[in-house]
Ligand binder design. Structure first.
Ligand code: IMP
Length: 423
């Protein structure tokens, strides 16, 4: 058995959900390994658009099992809403959605702490989605967290109350004015806990070991992107989990030797939501055109995404860290209409020309160095095969392949399942 990985190579929002959905028919099991409701994986098919936050993107396929791994953090309230929103799809959740007992729970007070922390940071804020992700992972690594498996224990309420008490003390120390009705938040939380109990909890490492023995195929679905990784991203403007390939091993309980293909997803340009450095960010009409044509608004928060040209320095870095074996390029259709496209090939870093991703990519240290390539005018959204691609798109694809040394296997030309072109 090989566990194939699918992950984002930029700052998230690369279109991973769409591709998992497209690939699901090739796999028996789809598994999320990190992140939580900060993610928003958008899927479009049969004229329906759907955004998933915690549930793996294989949920719509009849024969796939969907696993929420131990590396994921779960907000039961958001999770329940997601399940409710899928009620029209006739999905038998008890049969096809399983949760690792070792996944951590996001408490209402984790969300409050997230808000307090961001408020206290003022201008230096991370731009968090405020879903409680950071405080929950802090409790996990601090060995204070509550896990899904704890729900089954007779002293769950004692554990809950102990952590809640700790959080309320921490909130006082932040000394910021945030309004909340904890009683109401807890009412929702415990209702959702009752619902989540109806699903099957598993020991995911045992589940994957059995799947391996049974020769079943697995696709691990990453959330966020490589440049938001807590170690290798643009720290501190990152999320709190390991979004890179290594995270799939720790977030599911599979061994490194079991990893097969690593599918790296990237947009034909770059976007970022929230704060933090972004060397190729555009503040001009070209940036506005990308934002408009790409409908670049966050699927979880609705925030406008920052847009910029493709950054090859960052892309090569992401390919290396993850050991990418196949590239999928998304949103090529958004680049239609430009006379010329710019691609960043190097950075000027403290006066020196470099071709690697340095420790500090803050604006004051970095200036992108671009090469220009010819654009294309053709609307790609109706294209059915790569033979219909304009010549300059083929050249763009070949150029990226040559620079990264990795084949682009798929080019996506629109949000729908059908707008996916295999090269
Ligand atoms: P948090 O993980 O919600 O605390 O957010 C930390 C940073 O990661 C912020 O800049 C967010 O905008 C960003 N972020 C978190 N999740 C996503 C995602 O799924 N897509 C894009 N950006 C994200």
């Amino acid at each position: 058995m090989a566990v194939d990985l699918l992950l984002g190579l930029q700052w998230g929002d690369e279109g991973k959900g769409k591709i998992v959905d497209v690939l699901t028919s090739d796999y028996d099991i789809i598994a999320r390994f990190q992140g939580g409701p900060n993610a928003g994986h958008t899927l479009e098919f049969n004229g329906i658009k759907h955004v998933l936050h915690t549930i793996p993107s294989g949920i719509f396929h009849e024969n796939s099992e969907n696993i929420i791994g131990n590396g994921v953090v779960i907000d039961p309230v958001i999770f329940q809403k997601e399940i409710d929103e899928l009620s029209g799809f006739n999905i038998d959740f008890a049969k096809k959605l399983f949760i690792s007992r070792k996944a951590h729970l996001i408490l209402p007070t984790h969300r409050l702490l997230d808000t307090a922390s961001e408020t206290a940071k003022g201008k230096a804020k991370i731009g968090s989605t405020l879903k409680g992700i950071g405080p929950t992972y802090m409790d996990k690594t601090g060995r204070n967290g509550l896990r899904i498996g704890d729900i089954e224990l007779s002293d769950f309420m004692d554990r809950y109350n102990a952590l809640r008490g700790k959080h309320l003390e921490m909130l006082e120390n932040y000394n910021v004015d945030i309004q909340f009705d904890l009683e109401e938040l807890e009412r929702e939380f415990f209702l959702a806990i009752d619902s989540i109990k109806k699903l099957k909890f598993i020991d995911s490492e045992k589940y994957f070991s059995d799947a391996k023995k049974g020769g079943r195929t697995i696709l691990a679905e990453g959330a966020q992107g490589t440049l938001l990784d807590v170690d290798f991203g643009t720290y501190p403007f990152v999320t709190s989990s390991t979004t890179t390939a290594a995270g799939a091993c720790t977030g599911l309980g599979v061994a490194p030797g079991d990893i097969g293909d690593v599918i790296g997803i990237f947009k034909a340009y770059v976007t970022r939501v929230g704060s933090g450095p972004f060397p190729t960010e555009l503040f001009d009409a070209d940036g506005a055109q990308l934002a408009k044509a790409g409908n670049e608004f966050g699927s979880t928060t609705g925030r406008a995404r920052r847009c910029g040209w493709l950054d090859l320095v960052a892309l090569k870095y992401a390919c290396e860290i993850n050991g990418v074996t196949k590239l999928y390029m998304m949103k090529a259709d958004v680049l239609s209409g430009f006379d010329t496209l710019k691609v960043c090939t190097h950075y000027k870093y403290r006066g020196e020309k470099i071709d690697f991703f340095p420790y500090n990519i803050e604006e004051k240290n970095i200036e992108p160095i671009y090469t220009e390539v010819p654009g294309w005018k053709k609307d790609l959204t109706k294209v059915k095969s790569s033979s219909e691609f304009p010549e300059n798109l083929n050249k763009y694809v070949e150029y990226i392949e040559k620079e990264t040394g990795i084949k682009i296997e798929v080019v996506s030309v629109g949000p729908d399942r059908t707008q996916t072109i295999t090269m």
